[in-house]
Ligand binder design. Sequence first.
Ligand code: NAD
Ligand code: MG
Length: 412
Amino acid sequence: MNVAILGATGSIGRNALDLAAAFPGRLRITAMSCASQVRVMAEAVRVHRPRLVAVAGPGERRELLALLSGLGVGEPPEIVCGAEGCAAVAAESEAEVVLSAIVGLAGLPPTLAAVERGRKVALANKESLVAGGELLLPLARRTGAEIIPVDSEHSALFQLLGGLSCSGEVRRLILTASGGPFRGRPAAALEKVTREEALAHPRWSMGPQVTCDSATMMNKGLELIEAHHLFGLPYDRLDVLVHPQSVVHALVEYVDGTQSAVLSPPDMRLAIAYALSHPRRWPLLPGSSGPGLAGFSPLDLPGLSGDRGGPGNLSFELPDHETFPALRLAEAAGREGGTAPAVLLGANEEAVRLFLDGRIGFLDIPRLVSQTLEALPAEPLADLAQIRAVSVEARRLAGSLALKFAGRRPVF
Ligand code: NAD
Ligand code: MG
């Protein structure tokens, strides 16, 4: 399977490269992109030898060429730059599937480029669906592009449903959420939490944006919007359950009251591998066909018990909307539709950036998002240019609204 990876140096991208290193006969990387982590890219190019690489700009291109020469890579790949470079990676002709794993709204244009060309897309970049789902899914239907979710909850639902469509026998879909590092704490205790605390996710190892979004529960709100577009169900038939062990990733409830679930260790390599191997499964566990993935062991249900040093037996609870208002903010923006999710995303990306820079407090994140949504009423969605414009405006507005929080927040 030939793969082009958008965002190859990120958490998802590196997990995909791990898979390619473990299964060289099954997976070959023909193209990859990154923004500016040129050192990580140089090493990845040395190992995987793609034909085409995209980096942020000419400076990164020069740096990468110098690093590759230092690493003894005799024939460097073609190196292209910027948003056009990402679009070229999305269109690379030898790739049979494009893994869309850029973080943020920057992932939408190359994802659209891949879908426009009717490519198979393994979609990790949830922002593409959140802001652009109203464009992306109809476009995929027109071009015949296959979209396979990589986000673990949506991968689980895709596996349970055998695809993206829900039969009339499906009553509702349930996404699980770990609850993040602040589960169980009252809102007052979150006013002064630090960047380090917010980034210390108890179960998953991910990039900073999605980790912080998990701490606010915005991530689960974005995932509701993602599920709405992917599986075509109204929000009334999409639910969230907090499940701190992150072993059950999603459930399907049928009209007869039966629920089925997907269980696995919390390791994104499973969801990435499934998106690439679908409809088959690769032997990630050691067995007769090979050693499997390094550091990967099967789910040990009895071993989950706290008595045996595990995260505890499987438990489920309802989300605490008072402490984590971002979940409802996102759901409301999803229900509103049009440009509202792009406003939500733009404001949230800016608020998370300001929080991670120590300029605003943790609880200011949903405050800023809520105020930005109030100030920018939703419009019907027209095209990518409108999404870009709306998101830039939401970022700008959230940034200026933040000034009034910044003065009274501890800077850590
Ligand atoms: P990350 O921050 O670790 O990596 C992001 C990648 O995107 C890097 O390769 C970076 O160079 C590239 N990038 C960043 N900004 C860019 C820009 N403006 N233009 C081009 N490239 C740019 O992010 P991640 O955690 O790997 O997440 C990637 C996507 O997958 C996100 O949409 C996230 O929500 C989704 N996701 C991630 C996980 C996870 O386990 N990390 C789980 C589920 C979904
Ligand atoms: Mg997820």
